[in-house]
Design a binder for this molecule. Structure first.
Ligand SMILES: [Ca+2]
Length: 123
């Protein structure tokens, strides 16, 4: 291997590492839809103060995740592998909206659902 090809190889590795770092930064902060595998629910808008669950059916958010999560979600990311429907009340009642797999809602107040989600299911 000559000096020139060594430089090229190192350059390629550096670019790959940089791309991964940039992608992870976007995922955590501004775009909940690209967050970690599963359903990320966040108490604050912009993908902040989150926890993640796999694509299970949740009948009652207070029971399945914790009482502090009931009527508190302000942003959502969905990388669960399924489209997920979220509901205003327990047992999949009341108003609802769908978050397709691979997408998210950065601020639920923009769709009239801030601090009001109480259950979800794949749909
Ligand atoms: Ca909130």
């Amino acid at each position: 291997m000559n000096a020139r090809s060594k430089t090229t190889l190192l350059g390629a590795v550096a670019v790959t590492a940089l791309t991964m770092t940039a992608g992870m930064g976007v995922a955590g902060a501004a775009q909940p839809g690209t967050a970690a595998s599963g359903i990320s629910i966040c108490k604050d808008a912009g993908g902040k103060n989150c926890t993640t669950r796999q694509a299970t059916t949740v009948w009652d958010l207070a029971v399945a995740v914790g009482s502090s999560w009931q009527d508190s979600i302000s942003s959502i990311g969905n990388n669960s592998g399924y489209n997920i429907c979220f509901y205003e009340h327990n047992n999949h009642q009341g108003r609802s909206f769908i978050v397709p797999n691979g997408q998210g809602v950065n601020d639920l107040s923009t769709i009239g659902f801030n601090d009001s989600v109480s259950s979800w299911k794949p749909c």
